[in-house]
Design a protein around this ligand. Structure first.
Ligand code: DX5
Ligand code: ZN
Length: 218
């Protein structure tokens, strides 16, 4: 079954705990936490303190997406705060294998992510080391942007490499995922769909999650 990871970026931050409990009840699989530093992306969001605060609120894995420069400096803080999966940008990591190893040394699952302008081949040297690969289908920084269709080929290529190389990393897709775009992601080989605005801009989040999952599996 396709996993759904609601991105709390589009949640009501004045009642974040309730928002998370609500999507957990609604069938979410991961809680996607978007960390932005105002340097790697043109927006600032949350840090380890918020991750620590929401950790006791949910039993779901916290899927922490670091859109920050120099991720090495913050991996331990996010791991200690309770991140279950820590995903870093290939573009921000100078020594990617070392950073991925650092995440694993802290007991978290390690993910790598690429921006839309980065060729998927950039991931080839690291595929055997990661638990998750995230394909950005928007340029990171904000919720509510439009899905970039030409990214679907990257998902297909990754799924093919995974099979050819007999690997088992999860393929996650982030940006512009909704009932219209979920199907092509899943069909291309995505296992986990991140959705922010398509879930939190709806009053009934349970229905939103169910509709996205149904669309993915249709
Ligand atoms: C984009 C973030 C996404 C974002 C997705 O910079 O990494 O996780 O919250 O939001 P939607 O689903 O609204 O595109
Ligand atoms: Zn994200």
């Amino acid at each position: 079954m396709t996993k759904i990871a609601p991105s709390i970026l589009s949640a009501d931050f004045s009642k974040l705990g309730e928002e998370i409990k609500n999507v957990e009840k609604g069938g979410a699989d991961y809680i996607h936490v978007d960390v932005m530093d105002g340097h790697f992306v043109p927006n600032i969001t949350i840090g380890p303190l918020v991750v620590e605060a929401i950790k006791p609120v949910t039993d779901l894995p916290l899927d922490v997406h670091l859109m920050i420069q120099n991720p090495d400096a913050y991996i331990s803080a996010f791991a200690e705060a309770g991140a279950s999966i820590i995903t870093i940008h290939q573009e921000a990591a100078v020594h990617l294998h070392r950073s991925i190893q650092q995440i694993k040394d802290h007991g978290a699952k390690a993910g790598v992510v690429i921006n839309p302008a980065t060729p998927v081949e950039m991931l080839l040297p690291i595929l055997e080391e990661v638990d998750l690969v995230l394909i950005m289908t928007v340029n990171p920084g904000f919720g509510g942007q439009s899905f970039i269709n030409s990214m679907v080929g990257k998902i297909e290529q990754l799924a093919k490499w995974r099979q050819d190389k007999n690997l088992s990393f999860e393929i996650e897709v982030d940006g512009g995922v909704n009932v219209h775009t979920a199907r092509k992601c899943a069909q291309a080989g995505a296992d986990v769909l991140v959705a922010g605005s398509a879930i939190f801009n709806r009053s009934n989040r349970h229905e939103a999650i169910r509709e996205i999952r149904e669309a993915a599996e249709r």
